[in-house]
Design a protein around this ligand. Sequence first.
Ligand SMILES: NC(=O)c1ccc[n+]([C@@H]2O[C@H](COP(=O)([O-])OP(=O)(O)OC[C@H]3O[C@@H](n4cnc5c(N)ncnc54)[C@H](O)[C@@H]3O)[C@@H](O)[C@H]2O)c1
Ligand SMILES: [Zn+2]
Length: 405
Amino acid sequence: MARFTLPRDLYHGKGSLENLKNLKGKKAVIVVGGGAMKRNGFLQKAEDYLKEAGMEVSLIEGVEPDPSVTTVMNGAAKMLEFQPDWIVAMGGGSPIDAAKAMWIKYEYPDCTFEDMCKVFGIPELRKKAHFCAIPSTSGTATEVTAFSIITDYDKGIKYPIADFEITPDVAIVDSDLAETMPQKLTAHTGMDAITHAIEAYVSTANCDYTDPLAIHAIEMIMDDLVPSYNGDMEARARMHNAQCLAGMAFSNALLGIVHSMAHKTGAIFQDCGAHIIHGAANAMYLPKVIAFNAKDPTAKKRYGVIADYMHLGGNNDDEKVELLIKYLRKMNDDLKIPHCIKNYGADSYPCEQGFVPENVFLERLPEIAKNAILDACTGSNPRQPSQEEMEKLLKCCYYDTEVDF
Ligand SMILES: NC(=O)c1ccc[n+]([C@@H]2O[C@H](COP(=O)([O-])OP(=O)(O)OC[C@H]3O[C@@H](n4cnc5c(N)ncnc54)[C@H](O)[C@@H]3O)[C@@H](O)[C@H]2O)c1
Ligand SMILES: [Zn+2]
């Protein structure tokens, strides 16, 4: 028995932001990030549409990239004061994810962050507010997913909150919002999206409902990501849809250890001067994880199917897996993403010596591997790694060495 859950309504296409006019309620709070939505006029538009719908509007601004537990708790306190019946989250994955967690705390003020992190353990929401999500990046698809990723900066760890309760009620996928993304953001979020689709397709929870979404997303991203990165706005609009399809797939089929590893390496080296950006981490680890997972016969066959849909050639599944890995590495080159942590610069671009020193990496490796195994995304990976295998895999991701185990 399985469940497939999506938002009740999904508006898409250029100009679809206007559908905010049709929300029914008295008070809406808009949650946004650091200023991109304001600078580009979308925040004002959203506010105007909601007022047209007859609602009183309040703002929660300044959610930081990779939002913290503190940001969530502060936002929830503002919601408790304002008492909205709509939460409208607009921007990249960060403000939308933060708003989802604020929503839980708003509905259940006694709920702690630890309570929220119990997988599929969120109590029934929508007693106080409904949720509308409007993405401005083409990657996380949090507008349709049952997930929210919050960082505990004391521990340097990202925790996924996972429950269909936090799947938004309404998603507005308006590609106008994605047009202002700079190249680097386009690259990283796009590789996040293809990782979602590939991990969903080989996940042990894949099904007939998620497979077509994952495959179509992969085909679209293959055609559109690099052109979108190079400024083709029609390709950018298609990418906005493609990432959303990938999200519909992975929200229901779940993910795998590329995400487990990205969650546990993203913030752990911040004392060395930077984060490893989520999409870039996925882009570097995905080819390594494919090589690791392909030792599982079912996963190998499924990677072969992906390669077939991508018309990569190959006479057998081994060759197809190799061609898929090669193709993804070429995408990283085209998008100026390094192949390994060792070459990941503080600015995210490839360089000879990245910001994570070898000795620091090796010192923290056992702990990172342990935490990655414990991540909520590991359970649906087609091959369950031991501590030793996870450490070896992470080393391959640090040095860009071959996965032969
Ligand atoms: N909930 C999920 O299902 C899910 C899935 C994958 C990743 N995530 C999480 O999402 C977060 C990453 O989200 P993201 O990649 O969307 O980036 P983000 O929300 O962290 O934003 C990154 C930067 O881009 C700017 N920005 C956003 N949209 C812009 C636009 N249209 N034009 C110009 N600048 C813009 C923001 O202001 C910010 O400075 C991570 O915390 C990651 O772990 C969540
Ligand atoms: Zn992701």
